[in-house]
Every structure is written in C-alpha cells, then in structure tokens.
Design a binder for this molecule. Structure first.
Ligand code: ZN
Length: 406
C-alpha cells in the first residue's frame, strides 16, 4: 500500500477519486471500510498536551518510531506556529520516513507557501466556520473563495491538499456545500473534527454518512475524548465510510486528548485481525507508548488497552481456570499479537486450583490434582490473613511440594 501511495496512482483506499461524479451519488455503495482504514498520527496534538514533548530530537525519535510501526501519515505542528516548528517540519521531512508527513495551516496563501516549502507530502487547510465568525462578517462566499485559491496553490506544488473545518459537530452550519466545493476542486481528503469532544457515535455516523454521500474524496475524522467517546466515534466514522482516523500515542493531546492509537488498534483487531496484524508492527506498540510516555512525563494507565499492567491479568478463580484452558473465554484480543503476555494472578484469596496448578507446572513441580487442591486451600487461608506477593505464594507452593517428598 505504501508504494501505491508513493506512486500516486491510486488513493490510499485503492480507488481513483472521481471528481466528475454527481453530488449525493453514493460512493462505491455504503460498504464500511473497517479493513482498509489509514491512521494519521498527530505529533502536533501530542505537543498540545501541557507536558507535551516538543524538542527536535524527541520529535525525530517519535516520528521515526511511528513510521517503523507502520503509521501511514504523521501530522506535525504548523510551520507558521514558530520558526522552530518550521525547522522541525523541514528536518522530519528530510528523514525520508516511510510515513507521509503532513502539516496544517490556516486558509492563507502565505501559510500554505511556508508549509509547502518544508517538503511535506500533504497540507491540511483548516477554516473556522463558527457562527461567531459569520457574524463578524466573514461569510461562506469569502471562506470558499480563499480556500479554493489556497487549495489550487497547494496542488500546483504537487502536494496533497486536505480540507478541514475546525469543528464539525457543534456549529449549526451546513458544511455539505463547502465540502462538495473543495471535493470538486480536487482535494485528496476532507476532514471533520469533533474538536470539543461533544459528539456521540450516532451523531458521527449520521454526519459522516451524509458527507460520504456528498464527496468522492477520502474522509478523515478527528475525535476528542472529553467523555471517553473517541474510540467509539472513530469506529462509527469508519462504519459510515470514513477512510482515515486521527490518533495519537496514548491519546495524548489538548485537554484529555484524542483517539488513542493503542486503544483504536485494540478495537480494530477485533474487526479484522489479518488487516491490523499485517499493516502495523503491533509488538512495537508497548515500546512506542513507553517512548512517548517518558518524553511527555506521564505514565501508562493501569487499565490501558493491551499494554496497561492489568490488560491481560486474570485473578478470580473462575476466570483463571477458563483463561488457562481456553483464553478466548475472557479475552477478545490475543496478547501474543501485541507481543505482551497474559498474567494469571494466583497469589490471592480469589485464586483457584487451576491457577495454582498452572503455576506449579511453571515452577516444574509435579503434584496430583488432590494435592494441588489442598495446596490451594493453604494459599487462600494465608491470603485471608495478609496480602501475598508472587514470591510468598511461590514459597508456599515449594514448601508444600517439599513436604510431599519427605
Ligand atoms: Zn484536536
């Protein structure tokens, strides 16, 4: 797919955009593309976290890791933000990474030129369509005229043009006409953003479906996670025909962030394991998250999908027994796909004899089922009086086994 993208012969969803198509004509039916999506990872959004990483060396390290992981697009902070941001953009473009590098600008010729000069593969043009701005006299005709000039310029530089509005869910403005116009002007993609984090999966599905019926280009979506809907919203967007999902590592970003890369992949591997495992180097996820966590000075949450320390921990006896026999009983994701291991917690009062049996086997100690059951009772009794560590439980298992030999 990367070479297809590089050649420009087909779009990233394997279809030549048809800009001659009539509006509202359906695009390739409404088949959800749950197995063909592309990920845009936002270093820019990460930088917007209060403790976000921003020095050049760190950005290069993270961009390289994202590219190695298989991320299709990396979006950087606008070169118009500061001189250092411009230099960083240029430096990352020069690395020749597998990922395509994007940046974003306001709808201004000056900023678009600055962005194209850095060597990026794509420039996202963001316009504000807030009702406030309309009341300030900047009406849709002006917005459209400037956007079209800027898009034409970006295309003339051989760079992908992406068109975005700042907030697609709150404003009561019908954006369809604007998106149709830029689609006909030949943008690679349009992007809708839930910048406020207010959208629900149903609203997302409605809006993206409408958009899917109105434009023939790719559709990128961006969801903030203020009430933990970002993953569900990304999934709903794909079901409705979106092609690209914005993510950041660990979901870091403005306020409490956006769709988290790892959590999104945890969702999508359930949809299509073959696509996800063949497209992304999943065993590198944990190292990627640790790299970003370290530089952003945050820690990976205990319940983080896939890599959180309790993501594949089983404690209650009945769960442990089932998981030891057949992992899929209590696991929708195979930890081995991500190179992480299952942890059956056996050193507690909730343990079961199957968990103890499994542990005894790991320790190379053979015992009958009756002996294991008696040993399990001992561990439960002990765990009722005080908290046991793994070492404590192991030494109870070992001394019980030793007594049997005596
Ligand atoms: Zn955002």
């Amino acid at each position: 797919m990367a070479s297809e993208l590089a050649s420009g012969a087909v779009t990233s969803i394997g279809r030549v955009p048809d800009h001659t198509r009539l509006p509202d004509e359906s695009v390739g039916g409404s088949v959800p593309i749950l197995n063909r999506f592309k990920i845009v990872s936002l270093l820019r959004e990460g930088e917007q976290l209060t403790s976000g990483c921003s020095d050049t060396e760190t950005k290069i390290k993270i961009a390289t890791a994202l590219s190695d992981f298989g991320i299709e697009y990396i979006e950087l902070t606008s070169p118009a933000a500061s001189e250092q941001s411009r230099k960083d953009c240029e430096a990352i473009c020069k690395l020749g990474l597998q990922s395509k590098i994007l940046t974003r600008v306001r709808s201004s010729m000056e900023e678009a030129k600055l962005a194209c000069d850095t060597g990026v593969a794509g420039v996202e043009v963001v316009v504000s369509t807030s009702t406030e701005e309309f009341s300030n006299g900047k009406d849709m005709a002006d917005i459209k005229k400037t956007a079209l000039e800027v898009i034409a310029y970006i295309k003339s530089r051989g760079v992908e043009a992406i068109f975005s509005t700042e907030e697609g869910f709150r404003d009561l403005v019908d954006l369809r006409d604007l998106y149709r116009t830029v689609d006909q002007a030949g943008v690679t993609r349009v992007r809708v953003a839930d910048t406020l984090g207010c959208a629900t999966p149903r609203q997302v599905h409605d809006l993206v479906s409408t958009l899917r019926g109105s434009v023939s280009c790719e559709i990128e979506t961006h969801f903030h996670n203020d009430n933990m809907c970002a993953i569900a919203n990304a999934h709903a967007a794909l079901e409705a025909g979106a092609t690209h999902i914005d993510t950041s590592v660990l979901g870091i970003g403005q306020r409490n962030g956006i769709t988290a890369l790892g959590a999104f992949l945890a969702r999508m591997i359930v949809e299509d394991r073959d696509y996800v495992t063949s497209t992304y180097k999943l065993p590198q996820l944990q190292a990627l998250e640790e790299l970003v966590a370290e530089h952003a000075q945050i820690s990976v949450p205990f319940n983080n999908p896939v890599t959180g320390f309790s993501a594949f921990s089983h404690k209650a006896g009945i769960h442990s027994k089932a998981v030891l026999k057949s992992p899929s009983t209590y696991e929708i994701i195979d930890p081995a796909d991500f190179g992480v291991t299952r942890n059956v917690h056996f050193a507690s009062r909730l343990t079961g004899w199957n968990a103890i049996k499994g542990r005894a086997e790991q320790l190379g100690l053979a015992m009958t089922d009756d002996q294991i059951k008696e040993l399990t009772q001992k561990i439960k009794t002990m765990a009722d009086t005080r908290q046991l560590s793994v070492d404590d439980a192991d030494s109870i298992i070992r001394s019980y086994h030793l007594e049997l030999q005596a």
